[in-house]
Design a protein around this ligand. Sequence first.
Ligand code: GAR
Length: 209
Amino acid sequence: MIRVCVLISGGGTNLQALLDQKAAGFLPEAEFALVVSNRKKAYGLERAKAAGVKTAYLPTVRFDSNEAYNEALRDLLLEEKIDLVVLAGFLVVLGAPMVEAFKNRIINIHPSLIPSFCGDGFYGLKVHEQALKRGVKVTGATVHFVDSGTDTGPIILQKAVDILPDDTPESLQLRVMQQAEWKLLPEAVKLFSEGRLHVKDQVVQVDRS
Ligand code: GAR
């Protein structure tokens, strides 16, 4: 059994997908030990409490720098003996203290097919606005390991989603969540918890045997 911490900043629908799959018996090797939010009002905190998962509120304003924040987060997660960190709409940049302490043990869900529409400034609805503006016909979601760059780490899973002629950023965001994100993230946590993800030369090999 591995101990999982989910980091959130907002609504937490991806967290909910994980908690639902845990309740359904899809994730027998993963225990959701902690949910951390940098925002006090993040609805995801309520979702965690409803599922009986321990929560912590860690606001950035308590710290002088991003590095100090990352050190405090790292110390909290080490104290909780966390094996896997899941970024599910967490909007604080993870720096060296976290990335080095949890190398290839942090996964992030991003609402596009990386390397399109990713990197600095691409988060949430902005990603879908840019995809519509560019006129791409297919978008999707990506789960990847987190390294020192923004959305540059080894890719674990991806799923494509069609863009429809009448899409708005909001309608596209919802379809990408329903068709891709809420499926990919539990699948990636399952694969990690079963020791089926192997990173070699920045490429993830998935053991499906
Ligand atoms: C999700 O769409 C996630 O992919 C995105 O934020 C949303 C959080 O929603 N993350 C990023 O854009 C990261 N660059 P949720 O709080 O309902 O899970």
